[in-house]
Write a protein that binds this ligand. Structure first.
Ligand SMILES: [Zn+2]
Ligand SMILES: [Zn+2]
Length: 267
C-alpha cells in the first residue's frame, strides 16, 4: 500500500529529504522496505522557510521508495530510520486540495484528526491521482551540496601547518550520505566507542564525523557509495588519526589495533 509521509519545515525528527526518514514505531506497519511514498508538507508556519518550499499551502512535493529500515539506537521508544531511495522531486507543488476536493480520501471516522498523522497509508487510486498532477524532475541521487558554515565536517585541520581539510572525500561531506550513515551506524565512534552526547550532553546531540573507507581496489575509481559498508561513524579524534598521515589512510580496524583507550558509556 502506498503511503504519504509528512516532512515539516522544523520538527523533532531527524529527516533529510530524499535520504532518511525518521519515524515512531507505530508507523512501522506502513513504512517497510519497498513501499512507494509521496512526500507532503503542511501549511507554512514560519515564513522563513518560504524559499525552501514549493508552496506555502499544504502540498505534495516528491515521490520515493522506502529502502532499508534501521533502529534509531539513541531512541528509548523504538523510533526507526528509513533510508529513502529514488527520490524524485516534483517540479511544482501538487496542492492537497484541487477544485475543493482532497486528493487523499479521508475516512469518515478520521475527518477531525486525519491530517495530524505524519504517515498516512493511501489507496493506489489516491497515489495515482496525486502523481497524475505531478511533473516529475529527474530522480535525485545526492546532488545536495554540503553546507559550508555549520557542517561539522568542513572545519579544517589547523595542526601541522596544513591548511587543507583532512576530511578527505566529498562523500564525507555529503549531507544525504551522512544522514544515512548515522541512521545505519549510530552516533557513537566505531573505533573507540566515544559518544558526543553522552560526554557533553545536549549541546553535542547529533554530532559525529562520517568517514569514507576507500577499499584499495576502488581507489581513484568512481563507484556508488554504500553507506552501510563504505561509510563509518568516527569521533573527531579517531577521524583525525585515520587521516593523520598524508599518504595513507588507516582502516578503522588498524586504528582499533592501536587504541589504548576505549570509552564505555552507561546508557
Ligand atoms: Zn573515536
Ligand atoms: Zn575520513
Amino acid at each position: 500500500m502506498p503511503v504519504v509521509i509528512v516532512e515539516n519545515d522544523t520538527s523533532q525528527w531527524e529527516d533529510q529529504t530524499g535520504a532518511v526518514y525518521h519515524f515512531p514505531k507505530r508507523y512501522s506497519t506502513w513504512l517497510v522496505e519497498g513501499t512507494e511514498v509521496i512526500y507532503y508538507k503542511g501549511r507554512i508556519k514560519d515564513k522563513g522557510y518560504a524559499s525552501l518550499r514549493l508552496s506555502a499551502d499544504p502540498h505534495y512535493f516528491g515521490k520515493a521508495r522506502i529502502g532499508e529500515i534501521h533502529a534509531d539506537r539513541n531512541s528509548t521508544k523504538g523510533d526507526l530510520f528509513a533510508l529513502i531511495e529514488n527520490f524524485t522531486p516534483f517540479e511544482e507543488a501538487v496542492p492537497s486540495k484541487i477544485d475543493g476536493l482532497y486528493l487523499e480520501t479521508v475516512p469518515a471516522t478520521r475527518v477531525k484528526n486525519y491530517w495530524r498523522d505524519g504517515v498516512r497509508p493511501i489507496s493506489q487510486a489516491d497515489y495515482d491521482a496525486i502523481l497524475s498532477h505531478a511533473k516529475l524532475m529527474p530522480p535525485q541521487t545526492g546532488q545536495q551540496k554540503p553546507k559550508s558554515e555549520d557542517d561539522p565536517l568542513t572545519f579544517e585541520s589547523a595542526n601541522e601547518g596544513s591548511k587543507s581539510s583532512y576530511f578527505g572525500t566529498r562523500y564525507e561531506r555529503r549531507k544525504d550520505l551522512r544522514m544515512q550513515a548515522i541512521a545505519i551506524h549510530g552516533l557513537d565512534c566505531k573505533a573507540c566507542g566515544f559518544d558526543f552526547e553522552q560526554a557533553y550532553g545536549e549541546h553535542a546531540k547529533g554530532f559525529i564525523h562520517v568517514h569514507h573507507e576507500v577499499p584499495i581496489s576502488n581507489f581513484g575509481g568512481e563507484k556508488a557509495v554504500n553507506p552501510a559498508t563504505d561509510l563509518v561513524t568516527l569521533c573527531a579524534n579517531c577521524h583525525a588519526m585515520v587521516h593523520r598521515k598524508k599518504d595513507i589512510t588507516l582502516s578503522v580496524e588498524e586504528l582499533k589495533g592501536m587504541l589504548r583507550v576505549r570509552w564505555v558509556f552507561e546508557s
